[in-house]
Ligand binder design. Structure first.
Ligand code: PLP
Length: 434
C-alpha cells in the first residue's frame, strides 16, 4: 500500500469539519488531474474511470475548455441571467437547440442535474396543468426533495428525509437481466408499459403531467432498456397528452456513443435534461424542450442566481464541440471495452452480466449465475482491489453489485486496455479468495 501521510492528515481534518451525510468514496486527497489520470497529494497516480460520475467525457481539464474559461474570467464572472443579458447564455441555448433530438428546442440553464430535473417537472405541470409524475424503480434523479421523491431507490438517498412530494408514482423499469423468467426483451418492455397503464387506472391518465425516464439508467446500474420501451412510452404520452421528460444527465452528451442516449431508440422527447458532461468540469445544466412546452412557464418563475453562469456556458460551448469531434473514437473505444467485458464475463463466473452503450459500460456481479444473487460484498472488494492496483472505479445498481466504467471518450485504447487488465486481475483476486 502506498504511504498517504499527507492524505491521512487531511482526512482527519476533513472528518472534523464535514457533516456525516457528505460521504467520499476515496480517502486520499487529489493534487492534480489530467486526461484519465489523477495524482494524490502524496504523489500516487491513478487511472480514473469514475470520470467525476459521468462528467469527464473529454477527460480532466480539456485544454481548450480551460482556455475558454480563463478568457471568460477576464471579461466578467457573474452577472445573473435574471438581471443582465450576456452572449454565452444565448450561445449555449443555440448549441443545445442544434444538438437535441427535437425540432424547435428552447432552453433554460441551471447549475446541476437536479435543478434541470426539478424545472422539467415544473414546466410539464405548467404546460399540462396536471399534478402527476410517473418515474421508475431504480432511477436516480438527484438529491433535492422533489428529485429524491422521483428517485426510485430508497437507501441511502431517501433515508430520514420523508415526507416526499405527493403525486409521484413509480413504475418498474424494464431490466431485462432481472426480468421474470420467460420474458424476452419485448416481453420485458411490455410488462413495464403495462404497469404504467396500471398507474393510469389508479390515478387517471388525465391527471398525469409527465413521464420521467433515464434513457439508460445510471446510478441504477447502466441498465439499457429493450428497444421497444421508449417507443411504447412515447405512444402512451401521445395518447394521453403527457409530457415525456428525458433525463440525459448521466447518459447524455456523447456518453453512449450518440449525443443523446434516447437517439438509440428513435424517439423524440418533449423535454431533455442535461448536466454533467455538458460543462466539461464546470457546473452547468440545461433544460431544453419543445418551444410550446418551454413557453408555458410564467416569466420569472424559472431561473436562479447562478443559473447559466458565464464560466459554465463558455465551458459547455467548447466542450460540446470537443465531444462532437470525439464521438467516432468514443464509439470505437466503447465497442472495444464492450468486447473485453464480454470476455471477462465468459471467463469469470462471478460476472453475471456485461452491458452498456458506447463508453457507458458495466458488469453485474452475482454469487452464482443461476440464482443471480447479487454479490454486493464482492463488488466492493473488486473496487478496493482495483484501487490498490491504481485503478479507480465506481459501483452502482439496485443491489449495489454493479461496477460501472466511465472512461473519457478520448482515452487512448492502450490505456483502456491496461485498465481492463487491472479490472480483470482484481476480479480474479476476489474470486480466488471466495
Ligand atoms: C440521471 C441523473 N439525473 C439527475 C442527477 C442529479 O444531478 P446532480 O447531482 O448534478 O444534481 C444525476 C446525478 O447523478 C443523474 O445521474
Amino acid at each position: 500500500m502506498a504511504t498517504r501521510t499527507k492524505s491521512e492528515r487531511l482526512k482527519a481534518e476533513r472528518d472534523a469539519v464535514l457533516g456525516r451525510g457528505v460521504r467520499t468514496l476515496n480517502d486520499f486527497f487529489v493534487a492534480h488531474a489530467e486526461g484519465h489520470t489523477i495524482r494524490d497529494v502524496d504523489g500516487n497516480e491513478y487511472v480514473d474511470l469514475t470520470g467525476g460520475i459521468g462528467v469527464h467525457a473529454t477527460g480532466h481539464r480539456p485544454e481548450s475548455v480551460v482556455r475558454a474559461v480563463k478568457k471568460q474570467a477576464d471579461k466578467y464572472l457573474h452577472l445573473c441571467a435574471m438581471v443582465f443579458n450576456y452572449e454565452p447564455y444565448v450561445e449555449l441555448a443555440k448549441v443545445l437547440r442544434d444538438i437535441v433530438p427535437l425540432p424547435d428546442g428552447k432552453s433554460a440553464l441551471f447549475n446541476s442535474g437536479s435543478e434541470a430535473v426539478e424545472n422539467a417537472v415544473k414546466t410539464a405541470r405548467a404546460f399540462t396543468k396536471r399534478p402527476g409524475v410517473i418515474a421508475f424503480h431504480n432511477s436516480f434523479h438527484g438529491r433535492t426533495l422533489l428529485c429524491l421523491s422521483l428517485t426510485g431507490k430508497y437507501n441511502p438517498y431517501k433515508v430520514g428525509y420523508e415526507p416526499f412530494v405527493p403525486h409521484v408514482y413509480h413504475a418498474p423499469f424494464p431490466y431485462h437481466y432481472r426480468c421474470p423468467p420467460g420474458h424476452d426483451e419485448d416481453g420485458c418492455a411490455d410488462l413495464a408499459l403495462a404497469a404504467i397503464e396500471g398507474i393510469f387506472h389508479v390515478h387517471s391518465a388525465d391527471r398525469i403531467a409527465a413521464i420521467l425516464a433515464e434513457p439508460v439508467q445510471g446510478e441504477g446500474g447502466f441498465i439499457v432498456p429493450p428497444r421497444g420501451f421508449f417507443p411504447g412510452l412515447r405512444k402512451l404520452c401521445d395518447e394521453h397528452g403527457i409530457v415525456l421528460i428525458d433525463d440525459e444527465v448521466q447518459a447524455g452528451i456523447g456518453r453512449t456513443g450518440k449525443m443523446f442516449a434516447i437517439e438509440h431508440f428513435g424517439v423524440q422527447p418533449d423535454l431533455v435534461c442535461t448536466a454533467k458532461a455538458l460543462g466539461g468540469g464546470l457546473p452547468i445544466s440545461g433544460l431544453t424542450g419543445r418551444a410550446a412546452v418551454m413557453d408555458a412557464c410564467v416569466p420569472g418563475s424559472i431561473g436562479g442566481t447562478y443559473g447559466g453562469h458565464p464560466l459554465g456556458c463558455v465551458a459547455a460551448i467548447e466542450n460540446v464541440r470537443l465531444i462532437q469531434k470525439a464521438l467516432p473514437a468514443g464509439v470505437r473505444l466503447g465497442d472495444r471495452i464492450g468486447k473485453r467485458l464480454a470476455e471477462i464475463q465468459r471467463d469469470h463466473p462471478i460476472v453475471g452480466d456485461a452491458r452498456g452503450l458506447g463508453c457507458m459500460r458495466a458488469i453485474e456481479l452475482v454469487k452464482d449465475r443461476k440464482s443471480k444473487a447479487p454479490a454486493k460484498d464482492e463488488t466492493k472488494a473488486v473496487q478496493r482491489e482495483a484501487r490498490d492496483r491504481g485503478l479507480l472505479l465506481l459501483t452502482a445498481g439496485w443491489h449495489d453489485n454493479v461496477i460501472r466504467l466511465l472512461p473519457p471518450l478520448t482515452m487512448p485504447v492502450e490505456a483502456a486496455d491496461k485498465a481492463l487488465d487491472v479490472l480483470e486481475a482484481s476480479i480474479a483476486a476476489v474470486e480466488k479468495r471466495r
